[in-house]
Design a protein around this ligand. Structure first.
Ligand SMILES: C[S@@+](CC[C@H](N)C(=O)[O-])C[C@H]1O[C@@H](n2cnc3c(N)ncnc32)[C@H](O)[C@@H]1O
Length: 203
């Protein structure tokens, strides 16, 4: 049984197992292997770098899912055929936004499952300005840090969002709210208007 950390488990919980799935920046491919364990049949594990692809290949063979997981070397989605559920986890929010911006196969049924390590506010602003909306967010705590996992879908309606929504999104997890409060405290030294966004400390 593959055991994922809380961050990847939260991402996995948003994936529709009966769809065409792609994990961009898969590294070790633990998430694709886990999804196959849960019943996924059509999964792409992709990465731009050769070393992660080697690690991915080893795990895919170890867990016996070579018939269900295709390995593709790709910068973002450039070489990826149309998929329904696209996971992009463990990268910065700006890189995730750039990768989604290069996607050529978006439909209203396409789901993006996104776990930014940094600059989540940039990613949320990008999503809404590009016609996506955030359906749901889940907090996760891994290796001593709080993260959010975002489930986004395309609506075609481009919108601006408030600063409050850009920073906190739809994540109600107290651990994530406290983390964002800390970021706002630091950013507030150069932009004091951000200090007013800080929420009451969560317990
Ligand atoms: C920190 S690891 C995250 C691995 C895994 N997704 C996770 O969340 O645990 C980031 C991975 O993204 C890959 N990566 C970085 N830029 C990429 C790009 N433009 N396209 C595809 N993969 C990329 C790196 O090679 C690396 O394997």
């Amino acid at each position: 049984m593959i055991k994922l950390d809380e961050r990847l488990a939260a991402a996995a919980s948003f994936v529709r197992l009966d769809r065409r799935i792609c994990d961009v920046g898969t590294d070790h491919a633990l998430l694709p292997c886990y999804l196959c364990e849960q019943g996924a049949m059509d999964v792409i594990a992709s990465d731009v770098n050769e070393n992660p692809l080697e690690a991915a290949r080893a795990n895919i063979e170890k867990y016996g899912f070579a018939d269900r997981i295709r390995l593709i070397r790709s910068d973002g989605l450039a070489e990826i055929p149309p998929c329904d559920d696209v996971i992009i986890a463990g990268m910065g929010g700006e890189l995730i936004a750039r990768i989604i911006g290069g996607c050529t196969f978006v439909t209203p049924d396409t789901r993006f499952i996104l776990q930014p390590m940094t600059r989540a506010e940039h990613l949320r602003r990008f999503l809404y300005s590009a016609g996506f909306e955030i359906a749901e967010e889940k907090g996760a705590f891994s290796a001593g840090k709080a993260y959010t996992v975002i489930l986004a879908a395309y609506t075609g309606e481009k919108r601006a969002i408030t600063d409050d929504f850009a920073y906190f999104g739809k994540c109600g997890d107290p651990r994530y709210i406290n983390k964002v409060n800390g970021q706002l405290g630091k950013l507030g030294r150069s932009d004091p208007s951000l200090l007013k966004l800080i929420r009451k400390e969560q317990t």
